[in-house]
Design a protein around this ligand. Structure first.
Ligand SMILES: Cc1cc2nc3c(=O)[nH]c(=O)nc-3n(C[C@H](O)[C@H](O)[C@H](O)COP(=O)(O)OP(=O)(O)OC[C@H]3O[C@@H](n4cnc5c(N)ncnc54)[C@H](O)[C@@H]3O)c2cc1C
Length: 403
């Protein structure tokens, strides 16, 4: 939708093909229906995928200031929630509506419920014959000078983002880096998760590769609100790390997470911290001694992990118990067994290879073909980065294709 509007602004005649009954279905799901549209922190480290110079070039030309002005021009005002940008009315439907109205008001032709069967380049009969593309649909044949392919990915197929864009790109000669889920939950091997499910707590999480010989390699770390589920770990920090765990598992590697449940206390201060707490609550049973600091089931989980009797008095804890507890709380190991699938993922890592597009998002293989959005090998962190990429790249491709 952004690509179409940008191309029309730049003077092109534009037609949109959408195989769903309406455009923008996935947008309605974003930010739990509120649409986290962008972020104040646009550091490039929040974007992942192939050739970083392409991502940089697009985000430098179509910055979040430019896209914010674009949306303001369409009547959509941003709300800043601690650096996370939402529509002022906090309704994702408003984002779809302002884009739809602009498309209507600018006279952009929209064909919905149309299934694109193939996209082929026009073979010029003579040297001066028209170059371009033939699009075959279930409703007939269309010819265009340029094509922008922005079919999304293969996450949440019922939104229309069903992976068919990858097939179209491949038929046009492009390579697609293996699509894998990203921004999703992780499942863990241990059996205690049902007892702590539903707890949310601030934590630091480090994801590591490990081998049977004891070697470990840090994949990445995040801090934020951890959500404990019946089957493992979730929440924004886990979402952001999930791409690394899923990629490693796909390569046959073993992954574990190390959770710091008390990031505010330095590791070297942890034993004194526990000693002071248990001294002042010396008459309480161990199972009650963490209440006020951690949710009760989580405290019990720590104690059980350390083999400490839940009924013993906090004041009777031995130094060896304190050492084990300090280590468990600061460095809680859990082994990753799986992840959410494409349906549970907010985005997809992989896609059309960035090495095959110019910084203007034109195909290096088929001149006149452009790409934008999630179909490309770009995925962003949780926090408005995927929509920022969709909008910035749509704007860049639209302007360029019209030029
Ligand atoms: C639950 C959920 C929550 C999310 N929340 C956020 C958030 O708050 N902030 C954020 O930044 N990102 C969020 N995202 C990610 C974000 O929605 C996507 O990255 C973004 O929508 C990608 O835009 P796109 O235009 O590339 O693809 P899409 O939005 O998927 O649009 C592609 C369109 O192409 C159509 N299409 C596909 N194939 C064909 C075909 N062959 N013929 C015709 N039409 C076709 C589809 O029907 C679809 O309408 C969320 C995603 C999910 C699933």
């Amino acid at each position: 939708m952004t690509a179409a509007i940008a191309a029309r602004y730049a003077g092109a005649e534009v037609t949109i093909f959408e195989h769903m009954p309406r455009m923008g279905k996935k947008l309605l799901l974003t930010g739990s229906g509120k649409c986290n549209i962008s972020n104040a922190d646009m550091d490039l480290s929040h974007f992942h995928g192939g050739d970083g110079s392409v991502i940089k070039s697009v985000l430098e030309r179509c910055t979040h200031y430019v896209t914010r002005r674009f949306f303001e021009g369409l009547g959509l005002i941003y709300k800043d929630r601690g650096g996370y940008y939402y529509p002022y009315c906090e309704q994702a439907s408003a984002v779809v509506d302002v884009l739809r109205f602009a498309i209507r008001d600018m006279g952009i032709e929209v064909h919905t419920d149309i299934d694109i069967r193939s996209i082929d380049t026009l073979q010029p009969i003579k040297e001066d014959s028209k170059k371009g593309f033939v699009i075959m649909t279930n409703e007939g044949r269309y010819v265009f000078d340029k094509v922008i392919l922005c079919c999304g990915s293969s996450s949440n197929r019922n939104t229309g983002s069903d992976g068919s864009g990858y097939i179209l790109a491949k038929k046009l000669g492009h390579s697609v880096i293996k699509p894998l889920p990203a921004l999703t939950y992780l499942t863990c091997e241990e059996g205690f998760y049902p007892s702590i499910a539903g707890i949310r707590t601030r934590a630091g999480i480090s994801l590591m590769l490990y081998d049977d010989d004891g070697t470990e390699e840090l994949l990445g770390s995040e801090m934020g609100e951890l959500q404990l589920t019946k089957r493992g770990i979730s929440g924004i920090p886990v979402f952001n790390l999930s791409r690394l765990a899923i990629k490693a598992a796909d390569e046959g590697k073993s992954v574990k997470a190390r959770i710091d449940f008390l990031p505010e206390v330095m590791p070297e201060d942890m034993i004194d911290f526990l000693k002071d707490r248990f001294a002042s609550l010396s008459g309480r049973k161990a199972e009650e001694a963490f209440i006020g600091l951690f949710a009760k089931p989580l405290g019990i989980c720590f104690l059980k992990r350390c083999g400490i009797n839940l009924q013993m008095l906090a004041g009777d804890m031995k130094d060896s118990d304190l050492i084990k507890l300090a280590d468990t709380i600061k460095s809680f190991e859990t082994f990753i067994s799986g992840s959410g699938d494409f349906e549970a993922a907010q985005t997809v890592q992989g896609g059309v290879s960035l090495s095959e597009v110019t910084p203007n998002l034109e195909s290096r293989i088929v001149p006149g073909l452009y790409f934008a959005g999630e179909i490309l090998d770009v995925d962003g962190d949780c926090g408005g980065y995927n929509l920022q990429w969709a909008v910035s790249s749509g704007m860049a491709a639209g302007r360029e294709a019209a030029g």
